[in-house]
Design a protein around this ligand. Structure first.
Ligand SMILES: C[S@@+](CC[C@H](N)C(=O)[O-])C[C@H]1O[C@@H](n2cnc3c(N)ncnc32)[C@H](O)[C@@H]1O
Length: 303
């Protein structure tokens, strides 16, 4: 059966406690808000609404329009298991096994980073530089994870094709499933590899969001990140820049003359990454800010 994110929660173990068959949406909302408040969450009511809606696959209108709706035992069990996990600080996206990025839904796995909204800055930076969206570009995503950057770009560029590479085989399995679920399997191909080492050139666009946290800082990450995002997706070596130094080696060979390379960078890393790219022979075009005003990606061109 093809993956359907909506079937994900049905894999859960059934709740074995006492179930009140008269549970209503409004009673679950109240229960979630007080459990999350006791667990120390800010804005427990807003989170409760999100949890109930996402756990039960309800739209906001369904959630708020019929508060007295009675739920069946399976829905109640599903909700309670999600609530327990959320109270234990597991991110909602991990509980649900899916995350929205660029208005597309991506399946997650323990092998993939949970895509972050600021990574959309990379997608925007590429699209701003495309004068003809119907051109048959060849794209490459180094460290593709769920495939979110490549698939978001392909969803906007109908004649483009793309390759995603990641060193983790499990991530590439998930990326292929995401490509199929979004309807892009014919134009997106995902391979296991060490950055671009195994590839030959000819790309108009290369993107990357490599691991960029300094190894010593990993211990200080919030548990929502440290416990659920894979270390290989986070650890950027002693100064956080190790992955950039490795992957730039392939760029001059892989980029067509004039082609663009766009890379996400961590807080305060833009200048250092720009220097690494410049030293490899690329021309720096700009550093672009995310919605929080942080310099989030570096844009460079092959000469
Ligand atoms: C920060 S995550 C980004 C994932 C995805 N592109 C995103 O934005 O959500 C970095 C990715 O680089 C991959 N990676 C780490 N070292 C790699 C290497 N040597 N070659 C290819 N991919 C690598 C990790 O497995 C991880 O999926």
């Amino acid at each position: 059966m093809p993956f359907s994110p909506r079937t994900k929660l049905l894999d859960w173990q059934p709740f074995r406690g006492e179930v009140n068959v008269r549970e209503t949406l409004i009673s679950l909302l109240g229960e979630a808000a007080s459990t999350l408040s006791r667990a120390g969450f800010a804005e427990p009511r807003r989170l409760a609404r999100r949890l109930v809606a996402r756990a039960l696959d309800l739209t906001p209108a369904e959630l708020l329009g019929h508060p007295e709706q009675v739920l069946d035992e399976q829905q109640t069990s599903r909700f309670r298991l999600a609530l327990d996990r959320m109270a234990g600080r597991e991110p909602l996206s991990r509980i649900l096994g899916r995350r929205e990025f660029w208005s597309l839904e991506f399946e997650l796995s323990p092998d993939t980073l949970d895509p972050r909204p600021e990574t959309e800055t990379v997608v925007e930076a590429v699209l701003r530089r495309v004068s003809d969206r119907r051109a048959p570009f060849r794209l490459l995503d180094l460290g593709a994870g769920t495939g979110c950057i490549l698939l978001a770009l392909l969803s906007e560029l109908p004649a483009a094709t793309g390759i995603g590479v990641d060193i983790v085989a499990g991530a590439m399995i998930t990326a292929r499933r995401n490509a199929a679920a979004i309807g892009l399997a014919k134009r997106a191909h995902f391979f296991v590899g060490d950055w671009g080492a195994a590839l030959t050139g000819g790309f108009e666009v290369i993107v990357s969001n490599p691991p960029y946290i300094a190894s010593a800082a990993l211990a200080n990450l919030p548990c929502e990140v440290a416990l659920y995002d894979p270390c290989l997706a986070l650890d950027g070596g002693a100064d956080g820049l190790g992955a950039y130094r490795s992957l730039v080696r392939d760029l001059p060979r892989l980029l067509k003359p004039g082609a663009v390379f766009v890379s996400e960078v961590g807080l305060g890393q833009a200048s250092a990454v720009a220097a690494i790219l410049q030293a490899s022979g690329l021309a720096i075009e700009s550093c672009e800010r995310d919605l929080a005003g942080i310099r989030r990606c570096v844009v460079a061109r092959a000469l």
